[in-house]
Design a protein around this ligand. Sequence first.
Ligand code: HEC
Ligand code: HEC
Ligand code: HEC
Ligand code: HEC
Length: 213
Amino acid sequence: MRDEAKKSIVLIGIATGFCGLAGAFLLNLWGRPATRISIPLAAPEFTNTATVRMSAADLVRTEGDTSGFSCYTCHDAKKQLLVNLDTNGAVILAEPHKEIVMKHGRNNRNEHCFICHDSKNLESLRVNEGQSFKFTESSRLCGSCHGPNYRDWEIGVHGRTAGFWDRKRGPIVRSDCTSCHDPHAPAFPPMKPGPGPHRLHLEKVFSAEKRNP
Ligand code: HEC
Ligand code: HEC
Ligand code: HEC
Ligand code: HEC
């Protein structure tokens, strides 16, 4: 009988102890560890490492659609192609080229098609000095007028460099000018700024204030 009484006392003791603990937890006597703040990932547009456009060389490399560079599917190699200009000297674009926006520089003196395209071989580029380039070599065309930018690009302070630091393991790759600039309207498009850094430490202070107002 005494053993039974002892047992009940112990059990009641344990039960009261647990009830007390439960009450303490419910009343949050010792506080709770701060809840983990879930940090939203930056939108993919800010982590995407692709250049803003694909140059002719990029399209060839990635086996993309290069049909736009086959001029002689429409043009006749034997016929002299003329460029029509309006009274302001701006090029009047033919229907198939309507999507081209010509805006190279602040005036229209740089917009005649044959400043860059070879009138005798449409599938190549040509500069005044007579050098001829393939569409995939367009950076050299740009360099013929933009010497300082081209030199900066060659040494890696303009544009983008990828590939290997250790040249023994592989070459470096410089993005073409036309991977970033549309040759017909080269001004770089405005970009939306990415989100700022996450203020994790401040969030902690705010959520602590919410817990103990
Ligand atoms: C889908 C058909 C098509 C393709 C492809 C095409 N052109 Fe044309 N292009 C035309 C037509 C049509 C004209 C109007 C003149 C004519 O009929 O010859 C024209 C006119 C032009 C002109 C004169 C300016 C103008 O817009 O009228 C230039 C310069 C020119 N093309 C360059 C090119 C070059 C360079 C390529 C290849 C990179 C090319 N074209 C590919 C159809 C085409
Ligand atoms: C025949 C010479 C010539 C060639 C070739 C040429 N540019 Fe230009 N570029 C100019 C001139 C001139 C300006 C205008 C400068 C100004 O208005 O202050 C210009 C302006 C620019 C600008 C500044 C934005 C703007 O519209 O004012 C960029 C970017 C540019 N060019 C990139 C290129 C790229 C990329 C290529 C090669 C696809 C290229 N250029 C080929 C002569 C050239
Ligand atoms: C400042 C030099 C420059 C001038 C001026 C220029 N182009 Fe181009 N164009 C290029 C280069 C460089 C490419 C190939 C670029 C690439 O890598 O995407 C090209 C590509 C093209 C293409 C094929 C791809 C596309 O964008 O459709 C057509 C068609 C074309 N040009 C037509 C014209 C016509 C028509 C004019 C005159 C209204 C003109 N271009 C004026 C430099 C020029
Ligand atoms: C990785 C992208 C990228 C590449 C590749 C690139 N550029 Fe640019 N370029 C830019 C950006 C971004 C600007 C700045 C635009 C601004 O400030 O509004 C710029 C500006 C320019 C300007 C305007 C004048 C100046 O100096 O600020 C010229 C001209 C120019 N680039 C020419 C070139 C030429 C020529 C090449 C190739 C030899 C080239 N770029 C390659 C991204 C590029």
